[in-house]
Every structure is written in C-alpha cells, then in structure tokens.
Design a protein around this ligand. Structure first.
Ligand SMILES: Cc1cc2nc3c(=O)[nH]c(=O)nc-3n(C[C@H](O)[C@H](O)[C@H](O)COP(=O)(O)OP(=O)(O)OC[C@H]3O[C@@H](n4cnc5c(N)ncnc54)[C@H](O)[C@@H]3O)c2cc1C
Length: 378
C-alpha cells in the first residue's frame, strides 16, 4: 500500500499551486464581491491544460486521472472556492462525453471542452427535483429526427456561460427512472434560454442559474448514451463529481488552516503571539488532524476511480467527511482571527461561506448518509 504522490503528481501540484497564487488569489475577493464569473481565469486554465485533465490527448485533453484532477482542484480551492467549483463542473461534462459518448461525439465535443475554451454544464436539478432526482419533469418528445425539450432546470452551475449543457429529460415518462435520457443542448438553440441568475451566500463567482427549455428542438444525435439510461448516467457522473466537491472542501479547509497558522504567529495579545496560547494550539491540532483525515479519504476515493475500481461508497464518505470538515475548519479559522476574521479584508468569512455549499451540492450530507448506509447495510 502506498500513501504518496508520484513525481508527476507532485509536479502538477506545484504548477497548480503557482497558478492559484499568481492567477486565482489576486482576483478571489473581487469576483466574490461582484459575483462575477472569472472568464479570464477560466481561459487561462484552458491554456495550462487544467480543463483537459482526465481526457486523453487524442481528444484535446491533457491526460491525467481523478487524482491529478483532485490535486488541481484542492490547490485552487485553497485560494478561491468559486474557481475550484467552476473547474470541477467543467470536468463533469467532459467525463460524461468521454464515458458515454459515441466516437463522433467525442471527436466533436471533447476538443472544444478541453483545449478549445468552450464551457460545459450539467443540468439535472429542477424546482421539484433536488435530492429526489427521479422526480425530474422536463420532457423530451420525439418528433421526426429531433427531440423537443420542454421544462425548467434550476441551480445550474456555469449554466449562463455554458456553450453545451447536458440536460436530463424524460423521453418515456411512463417508465419512470428508466424513461430518463441525457441530451446535449448547445447555447443559442432556439427555445433554450437562461432565466433567473441566483444571488448566493458563497461560491459567488461561480454562476448559478435557471435554464428554460421551451419547445427546444435538438437532433436525436444529441442523445448521450442510450435512451432511458439518463438516470444511471447521472448517478455515475455524480459519484465522480462528489470526489471533486471533496477536493474543493479539502482545499478550503487547508487554505483556512494555513491562514490561521500564519495569523497566530503574527497577531500579538497579552504580550506575545497568540500562537503560544494553548486554547488556540488545540484548535490547530484538531483542524490539522481532521483535515489530514479528509485528505486521505478523498485521495483514496480518487485513486479507486482512477484505477477503474468501485468507488461510489468511498466517494460519498469522502465528500460527507471533507465537507463537514471544511465547515468546521473554516469556522474555527475565522474564530482564530477574532474580529478581523469577520471583516471582508481577510479571506476567512469568504472561505466559511464557500465551505457551506460543499455540504449541499452534488447531493446533500443527508443524501450521502443514505448512500453510505445503504452500501454498509446492504
Ligand atoms: C450553488 C449551487 C450549485 C448547484 N449546481 C448544480 C448543477 O450544476 N447541476 C445540477 O443539476 N444541480 C445543481 N445544484 C443543485 C443541488 O445539487 C441541489 O440543491 C441538492 O441536490 C439538494 O436539492 P434541493 O436543493 O432541492 O434540496 P431538497 O432535496 O429539497 O432537500 C431539502 C432538505 O431535505 C433533506 N432530504 C431530502 N431527501 C432526504 C432523505 N431521503 N433523507 C434525509 N434527508 C433528506 C436534504 O438533505 C435537505 O436538508 C446546485 C445547487 C446549488 C445551491
């Protein structure tokens, strides 16, 4: 058993760390305050190859696997939760096409989504279908060689920026979950529009929007995978996406811990640095220990996925643990910064706000407990 990173993985961490420091950290506060999608940073991530991780070079990707991806997301999240979230979601559409697309779809979409600078989104959630994803009501009715899609998706990350959206819709409603299909819809298709843009507590620079499909006609060749397999495609993609959220949560926790260590050595009260106060030292011990545990649970799940081994339970455990830890650590980190932590001049309040979403999206903590308990109880 090995619990170490390869030289290639250490190298990508170095590249990601430097990128986060030079390109992500300087914008983090501004884009959070403005709630602005950082297209300029996204295009820089395209140039350095981050958007192509996990996709073979023959399709415009940069190679690497789930571990490589998690390393980059972790490093980005140390400085900006929004940027890390944007990269994670971008990867889901590419993975969907790589795993379920025809050769023609791979050759058409993947180079655009990896090295071509096009943006992707994953649209499953609806106003009445959140945790209960099987309650999706969006319809895709066959008409000649087309599907005509009607329905509303909500809370879709990068939805307003997306050039391509993977939409989950019922092609045969009578069949329930087995009547759901995954269909690709391109920006600009008549009948497809962006509705409400959400104003959020955290990850404010990762755009979250409503998508409206009103008799939106797409060719049947836009179907991804087999008709009726949409729900199982969504669940498989979510298993991978949960590792991405766990990596975001890990990065936020590690970033907040790093800030706290620095601050405790600088800040002086009662005649010396607050780092000498045992009450705060114990906070650091707990934060560091729990974060290390979250790290290895997450990289274990990533490593299982990279080896093509079952990872559904492990991804759920990693996400549940890392997200709860991110809230715990960012909250204590703010506490360590006292009143300054509460001010927007410091990144702690942003980190705490950004950490909260990791307990909600790609499945809430409660849903993860359902997944884990089912796997354990059988
Ligand atoms: C910022 C943001 C970005 C998002 N991005 C995307 C995206 O890109 N694509 C996409 O498709 N979706 C996206 N989502 C949707 C997200 O995945 C859902 O919000 C999430 O799955 C929860 O669904 P819900 O909000 O409808 O809550 P609900 O399902 O209504 O849950 C309400 C409460 O009930 C609990 N609950 C529900 N069922 C159970 C159960 N069986 N047992 C115990 N407790 C239960 C939940 O845990 C929660 O506490 C995003 C959401 C947010 C907030």
């Amino acid at each position: 058993m090995q619990l170490s990173f390869s030289p290639a993985e250490e190298k990508i961490r170095e590249v990601a760390r430097e990128f986060a420091l030079k390109e992500v950290a300087p914008l983090a506060e501004e884009i959070d305050k403005q709630g602005r999608y950082p297209m300029e940073t996204v295009q820089k991530m395209v140039k350095v190859g981050f958007t192509g991780i996990g996709v073979p070079e023959e399709y415009g990707g940069s190679g690497g696997d789930e571990v490589t991806k998690a390393i980059v997301v972790e490093e980005l999240a140390k400085k900006c939760g929004s940027t890390a979230a944007i990269l994670s979601i971008q990867g889901i559409l590419a993975q969907a096409i790589l795993n379920f697309g025809t050769e023609e779809q791979k050759q058409f979409y993947l180079p655009q989504l990896t090295s071509g600078g096009k943006i992707g989104a994953f649209a499953l959630t609806e106003p009445n279908a959140g945790s209960d994803a099987g309650a999706v009501r969006t319809r895709a009715v066959k008409d000649g060689d087309d599907y005509v899609i009607t329905g509303t998706k909500c809370f879709i990350t990068s939805g307003g920026q997306a050039d391509y959206v993977l939409v989950f819709a019922l092609t045969e409603p009578a069949k329930g979950l087995r009547g759901m299909s995954a269909i690709l819809v391109a920006k600009g298709t008549p009948g497809f529009s962006v509705g409400k843009v959400e104003d959020k507590m955290g990850i404010r620079a990762s755009e979250t929007v409503e998508l409206i499909f009103d008799n939106c006609r797409v060719p049947q060749s836009n179907l991804l995978g087999k008709e009726g397999k949409g729900f199982s495609i969504a669940m498989i993609l979510l298993d991978g996406a949960r590792i991405g959220v766990a990596a975001q949560a890990l990065g936020l926790a590690q970033g907040a811990l790093d800030e706290s260590v620095k601050y405790m050595k600088e800040r002086s009260q009662f005649g010396g640095p607050i780092a000498r106060l045992q009450g705060l030292q114990w906070y650091i011990a707990e934060m560091a220990t729990k974060t290390e545990a979250a790290r290895w649970l997450m990289y274990r799940a990533a490593s299982l996925k990279a080896q093509g081994l079952p990872h559904s339970k492990e991804a759920a455990m990693a996400k549940l643990n890392a997200s709860e830890n991110a809230r715990f650590v960012t909250n204590l980190a703010l506490q360590i910064h006292g009143g300054y932590g509460f001010m927007t001049d410091y990144p702690l309040e942003r980190m705490l706000r950004d950490a909260k979403i990791t307990e909600i999206y790609e499945g809430t903590s409660e849903i993860h407990k359902v997944v884990i308990s089912r796997a354990v109880l059988g």
